[in-house]
Design a binder for this molecule. Structure first.
Ligand code: NDP
Length: 461
């Protein structure tokens, strides 16, 4: 451990929040010899493990069977009657989550990290109040995450959020999903796959703002083939209707009757009642804790990572940020977080994956770039008969010839894009892609066989 270690404090590092970022930082710090404590008032593993990535992906697998059920007929199968049991899925999911909670707890216990199953609050720069006790720490890390946010409208208390959807006692026959971001598109797809009649209501004209425009247009079309899509619409109010249903009135005046409404209108940093006012920590307008490029807040010695700083709100990013903080404080390593080629996937159906720049971002740099774009029909669908295309898009910087943006809509897009993210982080050029031999017949080979260039100029805005 470096010279920052001091026996005058109860702990070298006190972490608030045992989610992805907090647990990773605690583990790395303890492995580097620090005396660490962690406080968690809810569940181990945070949003990702309990009400996010992991259970969502399990639900997404469940939903994909519906497609397989239909697709297999063209291959000679006769799948019989379709039946799905939601309570079985919930029970199996809960068992797996409990296993993961145990693994997270074990990561901490096996390193003698002191665990407080309590809410912790900052009392001053080095002092934390936890479970009626006051403890001191040389450094404090805030990794408290985020929480679903419902935009205000009459009756929004009748809508559930992504927190509740993982524990719904029964799956309704119909549901309205509100929003057009990650959670809304993923859950609209999942619920549809599980046999729920879904209406997806979004205020914009294309889903997934912030993604590449070609991807947005394409996925909006593909999702629109599967379920009722209400674009350019907002919820005006929700009321209880007869028979326990909800009557949702849109700003167009139209009404939709559904069993449940899932509000997926974003998440906010969870900074309430943390005692920030007892420190010099500053927050931005959306409540995110402001940090410098070493994740230190305006209060020296207090750091923050993950969703609470609202930079890139993805689990692997929180893990990387937490690790960087611990390694710098206790391992003397001054590594900076590189946010440039972070891959991400949206597990809507079909999946989306993206690495690097969107075309709009490429254009905004003022540099010239080329675009390669293909819409292809997967070999599988020649026999399944499914009316679904995949989209593949590359954006290449004309001067350096580097592939600066890679986008895909299609099956297992995330599995595919991860490898390309490595290549792009290594500075792969279009020529590197071109001399790579494809794997035939796959969708992935399309990335190394793209020849038709659409030249784009910065001025083309
Ligand atoms: P997003 O920010 O992705 O989407 C929020 C949606 O709500 C947007 O479509 C937004 O519309 C809409 N919205 C916001 N305010 C209002 C309003 N006042 N009225 C109507 N609509 C509104 O948030 P999510 O909750 O979907 O997800 C939170 C974050 O969690 C994501 O950004 C992502 O970082 C992470 N996540 C990652 C996943 C993954 O990696 N696969 C999966 C799930 C979550 P508009 O676009 O017009 O602003």
């Amino acid at each position: 451990m470096n010279s920052h270690s001091s026996k005058t404090f109860d702990f070298d590092l006190f972490v608030i929040g045992a989610g992805s970022g907090g647990v990773r930082a605690s583990r790395v710090a303890a492995d580097l010899g620090a005396r660490v404590a962690i406080a968690e008032e809810r569940y181990f593993g945070g949003t990702c493990v309990n009400v996010g990535c992991v259970p969502k992906k399990l639900f997404s697998y469940a939903a994909h069977y519906a497609d397989d059920w239909e697709d297999c007929r063209g291959f000679g199968w006769n799948p019989g009657q379709r039946q799905f049991d939601w309570p079985s899925l919930l029970a199996n999911k809960d068992k797996e989550i409990a296993r993961l909670n145990g693994i997270y707890r074990n990561i901490l216990e096996s390193r003698k990290i002191r665990i407080f199953n309590e809410r912790a609050r900052l009392v001053g720069p080095n002092v934390i109040e936890v479970g009626g006790e006051r403890v001191s720490a040389r450094y404090i890390l805030l990794a408290v995450g985020g929480w679903p946010w419902k935009n205000p409208f009459p009756g929004n208390e009748l809508a559930i959020t992504s927190n509740e959807i993982f524990h719904l006692p029964a799956l309704p026959e119909s549901m309205l999903v509100y929003g057009g971001g990650y959670i809304a598109t993923e859950f609209a797809s999942i619920l549809h796959g599980l046999g729920v009649e879904v209406a997806l209501v979004y205020r914009g004209d294309k889903l997934l703002r912030g993604f590449d425009e070609d991807v947005r247009e394409f996925i909006t079309g593909e999702i629109g083939k599967r379920l009722q899509l209400e674009l350019n619409r907002e919820i005006a109010q929700i009321e209880r209707a007869d028979g326990g249903n909800l009557r949702v009135t849109l700003n167009s005046g139209a009404t939709i009757n559904v069993g449940e409404v899932l509000c997926a209108t974003g998440r906010k940093p969870m900074t309430g009642d943390l005692g920030l006012e007892n420190t010099g920590i500053r927050t931005s307008d959306n409540g995110a804790i402001e940090v410098d490029d070493r994740f230190e807040t305006a209060e020296p010695g207090i750091f923050a990572v993950g969703d609470v700083i609202s930079r890139v709100t993805l689990t692997p990013v929180a893990l990387a940020e937490g690790q960087i903080v611990a390694r710098r404080l206790f391992g003397g390593m001054d590594v900076r977080m590189d946010y440039e080629y972070i891959p991400s996937a949206v597990f809507c159906h079909p999946n989306i994956a993206t690495v690097g720049r969107t075309e709009a971002e490429a254009r905004s740099t003022g540099r010239e770039y080329d675009v390669y774009l293909a819409k292809v029909r997967q070999l599988k669908h020649t026999l399944s008969g499914r009316d679904e295309l995949s989209l593949i898009k590359l954006i290449v910087d004309c001067e350096t010839e580097r592939v600066i943006g890679l986008h895909m809509v299609g099956p297992d897009a995330g599995e595919l894009a991860q490898g390309f993210a490595v290549a792009m982080n290594c500075g792969a050029t279009k020529a590197d892609f071109d001399r790579t031999i494809g794997i035939h017949p796959t969708l992935a080979e399309e990335f190394v066989t793209m020849r038709n260039r659409r030249k784009e100029h910065a001025a083309r805005a």
